[in-house]
Ligand binder design. Structure first.
Ligand code: BGC
Length: 271
C-alpha cells in the first residue's frame, strides 16, 4: 500500500458492500488515510476478512473489523452501527455503497426483481444514512473533522443516463440524487456533509460482460471519451478525499468519476 497521508486519522468509517469491487477500494482508500473501518459483506465472508486483514497488517492504516449485514433490513443495519460504535466509539464517515443489478427487459421485469433492487440500492442507502445521521447528532462535533459527519452515497452515471433493460437499477440511482440532496438541505445546518459519487464503467464483477472480451471492451470504450475502463481505485481515491476536510465545502453534490461518460460521446460525430 502507498504511504498514508493521515487526513482521516482518528475517524471511523462504515463502507457497505466492501468485501469486493468498488466498496473494497473505497474501504482501502479510507483506511490508508488513517480511519478505522467496518468492512460489511452480504455473502462473501472470506473476501471481507481478506480486506480487513490487509488493513490490519499494513501497520499504517486504521483498524478494521468485519460484519455481515443485509442493508435492506432495518434491524441488521442498526446492529452494524451498534457494533461499530461499541468497538470504535462512533461513526464519522458512512459510505452506503452496497448495490446490485437484476437486469431484464422492462416488460419482462418481475415485481420481485424490481423490489429487490430498490430494497438494496435505495432503501439500504436510506437506512444507512439515517443511522449515520442519528449517530452524528448523538455524539456531537469532534476535533477530528470540521464536519459533524460525512455521508457519501454510491450512485452511478445511471442517475442521469437512462438505461434500457435496467429500469430498476436506473430508477434506484435516480432516486439516490434526491435522497442525497434532501439530506444535504436538511442537515447541512448541523454541519453534516452529504454527497454522491457516480461511477461510470468500473471493472468489477457487476459488469463483467462489458469488459471480459476485446469486442465488448471496444464497444464500451465508445461510451468513454477517456478511452479506458475505470478501476476500483479510481473511486477509492476520490472517496477518501471526499471524506476528508480537504473537500469540506463540497456539499450536496454528485461527483462523476466516469472518464467523461456523461458527456455523451455518441454525439461526437452525430446529431
Ligand atoms: C453499472 C455498470 C455499468 C456502468 C456504466 C454502473 O452503474 O453498475 O454495470 O457498466 O454503470 O454503464
Amino acid at each position: 500500500m502507498q504511504k498514508p497521508n493521515e487526513r482521516l486519522a482518528g475517524q471511523t468509517a462504515i463502507v457497505t458492500g466492501s468485501s469486493s469491487g468498488i466498496g473494497a477500494a473505497v474501504a482501502l482508500g479510507i483506511a490508508r488515510d488513517g480511519a478505522n473501518l467496518l468492512i460489511n459483506y452480504h455473502s462473501d465472508k472470506k473476501s471481507a476478512e481478506d480486506i480487513a486483514h490487509k488493513i490490519n497488517t499494513d501497520g499504517t492504516c486504521g483498524e478494521a473489523i468485519v460484519m455481515k449485514c443485509d442493508v435492506s433490513k432495518e434491524d441488521e443495519v442498526q446492529a452494524m452501527f451498534k457494533k461499530t460504535i461499541d468497538h470504535f466509539g462512533t461513526v464519522d464517515i458512512c459510505v452506503p455503497n452496497a448495490g446490485m443489478q437484476k437486469d431484464a427487459a422492462f416488460h419482462e421485469m418481475s415485481l420481485k426483481d424490481w423490489q429487490m433492487v430498490i430494497d438494496v440500492n435505495l432503501t439500504g442507502q436510506f437506512l444507512c444514512a439515517r443511522e449515520a445521521i442519528r449517530e452524528f447528532k448523538r455524539r456531537g462535533m469532534r476535533e477530528v473533522s470540521k464536519s459533524l459527519g460525512k455521508i457519501i452515497h454510491m450512485s452511478s452515471v445511471h442517475q442521469i443516463i437512462p438505461w434500457a433493460g435496467h429500469a430498476n437499477y436506473a430508477a434506484s440511482k435516480g432516486a439516490i440524487t434526491m435522497l442525497m440532496e434532501t439530506i444535504c438541505q436538511e442537515y447541512g445546518p448541523e454541519k453534516v456533509r452529504c454527497n454522491s459519487i457516480a461511477p461510470g464503467a468500473i471493472k468489477t464483477d457487476i459488469n463483467k460482460e462489458a469488459w471480459s472480451t476485446q469486442e465488448a471492451l471496444d464497444e464500451l470504450n465508445k461510451l468513454i471519451p477517456y478511452k479506458r475502463i475505470g478501476v476500483p481505485d479510481d473511486i477509492g481515491s476520490v472517496a477518501a478525499w471526499l471524506a476528508s476536510d480537504e473537500s469540506e465545502y463540497i456539499n450536496g453534490t454528485t461527483i462523476y468519476v466516469d472518464g467523461g461518460m456523461t458527456c455523451y460521446p455518441g454525439f461526437t460525430n452525430n446529431g
